[in-house]
Write a protein that binds this ligand. Structure first.
Ligand code: HEM
Length: 408
């Protein structure tokens, strides 16, 4: 295989790292990552990806170790394949995702306020009403596309106004997110196809995140209130709103899509949800574990380190397979079973450690109200045509999911 421009270990893997000859960003792998996950899980605690001459971890224990040790495994050189120090940056840096403490701590505190439990409580009623109304309309139709008509339509309906974004450029959010999440991988054809949008999308998203363009009652403005009280600067507040516009939509779209897909594939699990709509939150959580809508993120070794006997050089990139860790049989009983009554807590679909998803309460609120609305109205649902995958270097999701439903 051709030597990658990203390679750190030019000739051979470090001692103890198990070589694995697969490309985790190829179309084949992204279409069906599970055989590759098994290969990596079996290979060893630390693997060496010959396609990129790069280290990776797939097992639950090691993924959590890397996520939890930010002092060794830094985010500040980028959580994508490119090392900011050696390769530069494709996009403006995130001041939350791609920084370490102490910079991270301040930004995180402000975001924690914008996406807090009280903010979620205020949103619950309108989010629930929107889900009920949307699902009711779809159930009346009897057949619909689970992705276009629900998994995409719902977050696009509720997220922008909740944040305080104007409606003008809402249609740009998904392609923009697709581009950014593709940019965390190599410069392959998926990235090349998405990249031309950058010129148009980046300035628009920058503009939408400005204080003057946000509605004062959205949670985006809470970040500007943090600027007013001196917790962050005005410029930082702007960058944090931008991060929410980047991270807040494609992720939930793919998570809701994954939940619908799994519930349609496993009718016994849907029957449980229909009988007990209060399981909606647990079903969403299990869907996160089962499909891991965000599949991978990278870290960079900030200093020479050792992980399970493997010596890691300063500057080495480390690819974490969240999706594989969530299917690791060392951690999960019967990991390939979708079981909405299992205790899925501890999954790493939302990360772990200091970068644990700060939008998780919002994601869970959206997932829960959509699945509860469905559970109350629909007795049975079927896949009514071939689902189509949407490939992305980081996200796992569907482009379409034809569904048919029977009203309860
Ligand atoms: C189910 C949907 C979601 C999934 C699967 C998901 C997944 C993740 C993961 C895996 C991380 C950790 C990144 C890392 O360790 O490098 C993360 C961080 C983050 N997420 Fe989410 N996310 C979701 C929804 C959201 C939403 C709705 C928002 C915004 C409203 C959001 C905003 C963020 C931000 C800003 C970070 C960076 C946090 C930090 O670095 O401290 N996410 N997310």
């Amino acid at each position: 295989m051709a030597r990658s421009a990203y390679a750190l270990y030019e000739d051979a893997p470090p001692v103890g790292a198990a070589p694995v000859d697969l490309d985790p960003f190829s179309r084949d792998f992204l279409s069906d990552p599970y055989p590759g996950f098994t290969q990596m899980l079996d290979a060893g605690p630390v693997v060496w990806l010959s396609a990129y001459s790069m280290l990776g971890v797939a097992r639950y224990e090691q993924v959590r170790k890397v996520l939890s040790d930010w002092e060794t495994f830094s985010s500040a050189r980028g959580v994508g394949m490119a090392d900011f120090v050696r390769h530069g940056r494709f996009r403006l840096p995130s001041i939350i995702l791609e920084v370490d403490p102490p910079h991270h701590t301040r930004a995180r505190a402000a975001l924690g306020k914008a996406l807090s439990q009280p903010v979620m409580r205020r949103l619950r009623e309108s989010f629930t009403a929107a889900a009920e109304e949307m699902v009711e309309r779809l159930v009346t139709r009897g057949a619909f596309d689970g992705v276009a008509d629900l998994a995409r339509a719902y977050p696009l309906l509720v997220f922008p106004p909740a944040l305080g974004m104007r409606p003008d450029h809402v249609d740009l959010l998904l392609p923009y997110g697709d581009l950014v999440f593709n940019s965390f991988g190599p410069a392959n054809d998926l990235f090349q196809a998405a990249a031309p949008l950058a010129k148009q999308a980046f300035p628009i998203i920058e503009d939408e995140a400005l204080r003057k363009n946000l509605s004062p009652d959205g949670f985006g403005c809470i970040l500007y209130q943090c600027a007013d009280s001196g917790d962050v600067t005005e410029e930082e507040a702007h960058k944090l709103v931008r991060s929410l516009l980047t991270a807040g939509v494609d992720t939930t779209v793919n998570a809701i899509g994954a939940a619908l897909h799994a519930l349609a594939r496993f009718p016994d699990q849907y029957a449980k949800l229909h009988a007990h709509p209060e399981l909606a939150r647990a079903a969403f959580e299990e869907a996160l574990r089962f499909e891991s809508p965000v599949q991978t993120f990278f870290r960079t070794a900030a200093k020479p380190a050792e992980l399970d006997g493997v010596q890691i050089e300063e500057g080495a990139k480390m690819l974490m397979f969240l999706g594989a860790a969530n299917r690791d049989p060392r951690k999960w009983d019967n990991p390939d079973a979708f079981d909405i009554e299992r205790n899925a807590s501890g999954h790493v679909a939302l990360g772990a450690g200091i970068h644990l998803c700060v939008g998780r309460l919002l994601a869970r609120l959206e997932g829960e109200v959509v699945l509860a609305a469905l559970a109350k109205r629909v007795k049975r649902l079927w896949i009514d045509g071939e689902p189509k995958r949407q490939l992305n270097n980081t996200l796992r999701g569907l482009a379409s999911l034809p569904l048919r439903v029977e009203r309860a």
